[in-house]
Design a protein around this ligand. Structure first.
Ligand SMILES: [Zn+2]
Length: 256
């Protein structure tokens, strides 16, 4: 496998690396897990795999090792559909009559749930198997299978973007944030769910945390550096849901 880093950030002589959140150069090796080095920024506490695996290595991983590798991999689709419907109700006022995108839509269950609430809902996912499934299962909805950069080129705009369990999989937050800044209308909203490195239930020795599982999860935010990241792209915190599990469940608003 080719592990050439993308978005290359060369390590300085002193072993420090640049932080993708605060852009300081104070990130240093914190621990090693599964052969991957994890760095922590001394300025903002952002934790990330460094160097990030290449796009090719990540693609190879998801094509072979990940649970999404097999076609038709959505067992218990009935209960998935039901859970998606229950979850969608939290967002009723954000989605009814609105243009909605599930960014990282997987099998399309949330897209269908939002559509049932009266949204013009679409989904995008990088996984071909997921999108094949979603298109077959929910033919009334529109699904895209392409990179975020390619998708942004379409010039589409949304009132509400839902993204659950996506950000932590990405090799850096840059493309994700540029996409949000481009596709969320001024005054529009983003819902984000991702592991929360600052949650009270994260083990004191963070290297033992289940969510630290490279190359699947590559970057870890706490509430403060997540808000900083979004602020740098024009978003302000709007609402934070309390969670039992160590996860962010948060809505940001595009203040542009
Ligand atoms: Zn930082």
């Amino acid at each position: 496998m080719d592990f050439t880093p993308i978005e290359v950030v060369p390590a300085a002589c002193d072993g420090a690396a640049s932080c993708r959140v605060c852009e300081g150069r104070e990130a240093r090796l914190a621990f090693v897990k599964s052969g991957y080095e994890l760095y922590r920024c001394a300025a903002c506490d952002f934790i990330f795999v460094h160097p990030f695996p290449s796009d090719a290595a990540i693609a190879a991983y998801y094509a072979t090792a990940y649970r999404g590798a097999a076609p038709g991999f959505y067992p218990k689709s009935r209960s998935r559909r039901w859970r998606a419907f229950i979850r969608s109700l939290h967002f009723f006022r954000h989605v009814r009559g609105r243009d909605v995108l599930d960014l990282g839509c997987g099998g399309g269950f949330m897209v269908e749930a939002f559509a049932r609430l009266g949204a013009r809902a679409e989904g995008i996912d990088i996984s071909r198997n997921s999108i094949d499934y979603a298109r077959g299962r929910f033919p009334a909805q529109r699904f895209y299978c392409e990179s975020l950069s390619d998708f942004t080129q379409r010039g589409k705009k949304y009132d509400f973007v839902f993204s659950s369990e996506v950000l932590e999989h990405l090799p850096g937050p840059g493309e994700f944030m540029r996409t949000l800044a481009a596709i969320v209308r001024p005054g529009g909203f983003v819902y984000l769910s991702a592991p929360d490195a600052g949650h009270a239930r994260v083990p004191a020795d963070i290297s033992t945390w289940d969510d630290v599982c490279p190359p699947e999860h590559l970057e870890f935010f706490n509430a403060r550096n997540l808000a900083l990241l979004f602020a740098r792209h024009g978003f302000a915190p709007y609402r934070r849901y309390r969670t039992k599990d160590p996860a962010h469940s948060v809505v940001f608003r595009n203040m542009g």
